[in-house]
Design a protein around this ligand. Structure first.
Ligand code: G6P
Ligand code: MG
Length: 483
């Protein structure tokens, strides 16, 4: 049976709130359900989270929950008429004192007093993800005067970015702090922080989560030009997090589309080298919001992210508010499986010339090296408490499925995001130690993942149910009686 390695994150929203739809998404291959805290009420998120947990459990699936904090996105105010039309050459002013409710086609208010400090003549401001572009002509005491260089409609509360970055507010707003408590309440496996500037923003988020008694893993969304300006800042952000998201919407607007693809590859590779998970996000299947089939360009985009070895690809509006949410997950599933057949997706040069630091890390990487080079091997089994051993294993390119066997429910959910890793509940403490290898292999036989005659590799430690203790790897011949 062939298993997809690249995982699928699907955002839940109005189009995917009913039990039927959520069941279809899970059946189609959703591995992680994303709750976007920028939209919807706490009760809506509670309801969807409960449905995901219940339906996954009924179907014996492990689906992780990811809460995505809104963060300090800077937005313009509202227009008296709801929306205006801007034409190339028009003058338009952004004001920090104008009534936030009553913008016109000359001026709009903005709740970000530092705007006048952060802008100077010659800057380019991008509204609504770059659909409208303004050139700054001069900056006054409480307004920025611009000329429109790309025109179009502009409606209430659209986001604003500066080309090259530089508009920045503290990463965690009061709303984010409330949503962190909600994520803790819902026992989410992952929380994503929007617009972090540096490691300090991630440390603060981690402290707030731990104070709320959440063990969630933290994902830094890489979406400011500053975050990718140099490797030191990027590595600092990655190091302070458990994973990153290539948040291509805002990032693309700030650094420009010409730079984006190279930067995506760079972020994926830096994250994997540091043993972190990575999600590639935004507009992957955008046309499927209103069409049952993806475009060739979208197929190519998803396949390329899979070939770059991202852990997961993500759907946003496609599943939250689109007309074809289930079809979008099915299309991603199909495209990832296709890309994974390509040989570049299976050969590894991972850390070939580097020293390892820990005993369990050494065993994990040795197991993958053995599996990739010994043709009879069809699966890798790792007994894990925290998910650390399969995380290290899944940083390596391989054609082999990695089965994470764990008694820990949070761990089983968390590994749903790791590339190439499948979760199986398993408690070695319940069995005599001489029986563990056989019972572990039996789980794979029951699932139809291996057959008599196959080789499987199994890693574990001397003590059961304790983290960090992996010190052995064994090659087991399926079908023989195992000890
Ligand atoms: C399970 C096994 C142990 C192993 C541990 C590794 O608890 O029973 O033998 O040492 O997993 O867990 P880790 O969290 O480090 O992957
Ligand atoms: Mg964003």
């Amino acid at each position: 049976m062939s298993l997809r390695r690249t995982k699928i994150v699907a955002t839940l929203g109005p189009a995917t709130s009913s039990p039927e739809r959520i069941a279809e998404l899970i059946a189609a291959g959703m591995n992680v359900a994303r709750m976007n805290f920028s939209h919807g009420s706490a009760d809506e998120h509670r309801r969807r989270a409960r449905l995901v947990r219940e339906i996954a459990e009924e179907n014996g699936q492990h689906v992780a929950l990811l809460g995505d904090l809104q963060g300090p996105k800077i937005r313009i105010g509202r227009f008296t008429e709801g929306r205006i039309e801007l034409e190339v050459g028009d003058n338009f002013r952004l004001s920090t004192v104008h009534d936030l409710e009553n913008g016109t086609s000359d001026i709009v208010g903005l709740d970000y007093p530092d705007l006048v400090k952060d802008c100077r003549a010659g800057d380019e401001l991008l509204l609504d993800d770059g659909r409208v572009v303004l050139a700054v002509e001069s900056v006054g005491r409480d307004e920025v005067r611009c000329r429109v260089t790309v025109g179009g409609p502009l409606s209430n509360n659209k986001g604003i970015n500066r080309r090259g970055g530089g508009l920045s507010a503290a990463a965690l707003t009061d709303k984010d702090r409330n949503d962190i408590n909600l994520a803790a309440e819902l026992q989410m496996e992952y929380v994503a922080v929007s617009f972090p500037r540096d490691a300090a923003d991630m440390h603060l988020a981690r402290k707030l989560l731990r104070d709320a008694e959440s063990e969630a893993w933290l994902i830094a969304k890489i979406e400011r030009a500053e975050a990718v300006a140099d490797d030191e800042t990027l590595d600092g952000l990655i190091q302070a997090s458990d994973g990153v998201m290539v948040a291509r919407g805002d990032l693309g607007v700030e650094i420009g589309d010409a730079e984006l693809v190279g930067i995506q590859k760079h972020i994926i590779s830096r994250a994997r080298k540091q043993n972190k998970v990575v999600i590639t996000a935004t507009q992957m299947m955008e046309s499927m919001i209103s069409s049952p089939l993806p475009t060739r360009a979208e197929v190519s985009d998803v396949a390329n992210a899979a070939l770059d070895y991202t852990d997961a690809v993500m759907l946003s509006a496609e599943t939250a508010a689109g007309d074809y949410p289930v079809e979008a997950v099915r299309a991603m599933d199909r495209i990832c499986r296709g890309a994974e057949k390509h040989p570049t997706s299976q050969k590894s040069g991972h850390r070939l010339y580097q020293k390892f630091e820990r005993c369990d890390e050494t065993v994990a990487l040795a197991a993958m090296y053995a599996g990739n080079h010994f043709p009879g091997v069809t699966a890798v089994i790792t007994l894990t408490e925290s998910g650390f051993t399969p995380l290290i294993m899944s940083r390596i390119r391989s054609h082999l499925p990695i089965f994470a066997l764990s008694p820990n429910t949070q761990t089983l959910g968390r590994v749903a995001l790791y590339r190439g890793v499948q979760a199986i509940p398993f408690n070695p403490a319940d069995m005599p130690s001489s029986d563990i290898n056989q019972q572990a292999v039996n789980k794979l036989l029951e699932g139809g993942y291996v057959q008599p005659g196959d080789w499987v590799i199994l890693t574990k430690g001397d003590v059961y149910n304790s983290r960090g203790g992996t010190n052995s790897m064994k090659l087991l011949h399926v079908g023989e009686s195992l000890v």
